[in-house]
Design a protein around this ligand. Structure first.
Ligand code: GLC
Ligand code: MG
Length: 546
């Protein structure tokens, strides 16, 4: 039986499409709203202060109520947890603190029953040093798995093979006394890099993908997909003349011999072939670098990622002209038929609500849910969660432990949100001030809250093909108002977003029906004629015509 047959008859069931008009013309991952969850911070069920699968399972009503179309789980695998589980000691099991494979299966089944897909984090670049493969590899230079990792001899003076730096600081080479060589680690020394040039490694990792797809998962987010291949000649990375002292030391190099190598692209194409053995699975991926490189991650002759994750909105200055310029630059940088995506948060990024403030957070919600492309939210963004100050003795993130003082700490965005009481116990990271107000129960009771705005916008997007899959037509942004149209057949919408805390006039001579104001009240008449006065921090969606 081919894997796809097995998949169809097994847990991969065909689900009735929710909106056939849109679904007939697009893949599920183009229209679903993705929601990233770090299991450890979502819902605790067993009172150990850490979220787990059973906790998550008990909160699925909430995801359904919100209208989430797909969940992305950060690593749930056995791990010493030195890097939020990105240090994996077994790719094909569940960390006992999170639950069991059986609980995972139940979770998946429940999600699918609610028409919500599930993608997992796939971490191909490295394992934990506790992984059985590494134990074998480091046992001796003649071990059959020696070449599964990147080993190199010292320089004649005994020093590390070259100047490559770990992202977390210091040399990326770790001396192994027992076997008399250095091994390479892009991240922590407890995260040795796999050798992707070795075909056995690639086969083993393909089997990991198949293991989870046979269980029924709907795809993966590929971690650190740009660093899979390193220069065979081990040439030094040149210093970056533009990176000043304010940058952390590892970011003062141009990583041309370790990042974004052509071979890494070929490995992504191989992964995609494995994904395509199964029906309807998606491959998303963390990519690094500038917008002008992102197109390559989609692939040319051979497809690579369906959705290279795009952080343009998070990185952009928050004003109408910059946003329009950056949105256009990104849309121009991806191949013609490529499907865009927009990420507004994640376990590595500072909380966007802290950057924008509560008023503009509502504008961001309207922007992301009306742009053409798949939205990716990070659990808690819909509550307006902000960065939580972390006392020194509670820091867990290796970035902050190893490179203090550069604002790299990711703990502030990894705290739990209060979802009807996250845990009976003290949570693994402290909850932020304001949690009494910023939690699901409280915001659900307020139909004008940010949470309701997310819910309403997601529902609107699901209902209107023009918003989900229609064309994106930029409108010249001026006077601090970012605006664009979305159109499908003879249905068209105008989206107008006021990016400042003052009223602004929108010079527009059309007419249309107001569908929603980001303020969620009845201030404007239903039928609008231009020009329009936008209130401070207000976004509008107007259905054009009569
Ligand atoms: C990716 C993850 C990040 C992790 C790193 C090392 O960048 O998103 O959280 O620290 O890989 O695994
Ligand atoms: Mg728990």
């Amino acid at each position: 039986m081919r894997p796809s047959d097995a998949a169809v008859s097994g847990s991969r069931r065909r689900r009735a499409p929710r909106d056939s008009r849109v679904q007939d013309r697009s893949a599920w991952w183009q229209t679903a709203v993705f929601y990233e969850i770090a299991t450890i911070s979502f819902q605790d069920s067993d009172g150990d202060g850490k979220g787990d699968l059973a906790g998550l399972l008990s909160r699925l009503d909430y995801l359904e109520w919100l209208g989430i179309g797909a969940v992305w789980l950060t690593p749930i695998y056995p791990s010493p947890m030195l890097d939020l589980g990105y240090d994996i000691s077994d790719f094909c099991d569940v960390h006992p603190e999170f639950g069991t494979l059986e609980q995972f299966d139940s979770l998946l089944e429940e999600l699918h029953r609610r028409d919500v897909r599930l993608i997992l984090d796939f971490v191909p670049n490295h394992t934990s040093d506790q992984h059985a493969w590494f134990t074998e590899s480091r046992a001796s230079c003649r071990n059959p798995k020696r070449d599964w990792y990147l080993w190199a001899d010292p320089r004649p003076d005994g020093g590390s093979p070259n100047n490559w730096q770990s992202r977390f600081g210091g040399s990326a080479w770790q001396w192994d006394e027992q076997s008399g060589q250095y091994y390479y680690h892009s991240f922590l020394r407890e995260q040795p890099d796999l050798n992707w040039r070795n075909a056995e490694v690639r086969t083993a990792m393909a089997d990991v993908l198949r293991f989870w797809m046979r269980r029924g998962v709907d795809g993966f987010r590929v971690d650190a997909s740009a660093v899979l291949a390193k220069d065979l000649l081990l040439r030094d990375n040149p210093p970056d003349p533009q990176a000043g002292e304010s940058k952390p030391p590892p970011q003062r190099f141009r990583n041309i011999f370790t990042d974004d190598r052509p071979e890494a692209m070929a490995y992504l194409a191989e992964m995609r072939e494995v994904i395509d053995e199964f029906e309807n699975c998606v491959l998303c991926g963390e990519v690094q670098g500038k917008t002008d490189r992102i197109g390559h991650f989609y692939g040319h002759d051979k497809p690579r990622l369906h959705l290279p994750l795009n952080f343009v909105l998070l990185d952009s200055a928050w004003d109408a002209i910059s946003l329009q310029g950056n949105i256009d630059a990104y849309l121009n940088a991806i191949p013609n038929k490529a499907w865009p995506d927009w990420v507004t948060g994640g376990h590595d990024k500072h909380r966007v609500a802290s950057k924008l403030g509560p008023e503009q957070m509502r504008v961001l919600a309207m922007l992301v849910l009306t742009l053409r492309g798949t939205p990716f939210f990070y659990a808690g963004d819909e509550l307006g969660m902000e960065r939580v100050p972390i006392a020194t003795d509670r820091i867990t993130d290796p970035f902050e432990k190893l490179l203090p003082g550069y604002e790299l700490n990711r703990d502030p965005e990894r705290t739990a949100g209060k979802n009807g009481g996250f845990s009976e116990a003290d949570p693994w990271l402290p909850m932020g001030p304001g949690i009494e107000k910023r939690n699901v129960e409280t915001l659900k009771d307020d139909e004008r809250s940010l949470l309701w705005l997310f819910k309403r916008l997601i529902a609107l997007r699901r209902k209107e093909p023009a918003l989900a899959v229609g064309a994106y037509i930029p409108v010249r942004s001026q006077n601090d108002v970012l605006s664009f149209k979305r159109a499908d057949g003879d249905v068209a919408f105008l989206v107008a977003l006021n990016l400042v805390h003052e009223p602004r006039r929108l010079a527009w001579d059309g007419e249309g029906t107001l569908l929603i104001s980001s303020h969620l009240d009845d201030y404007h008449p239903a039928l609008l004629r231009g020009p329009i006065l936008l209130r401070p921090d207000e976004g509008l969606i107007i259905k054009l015509g009569r």
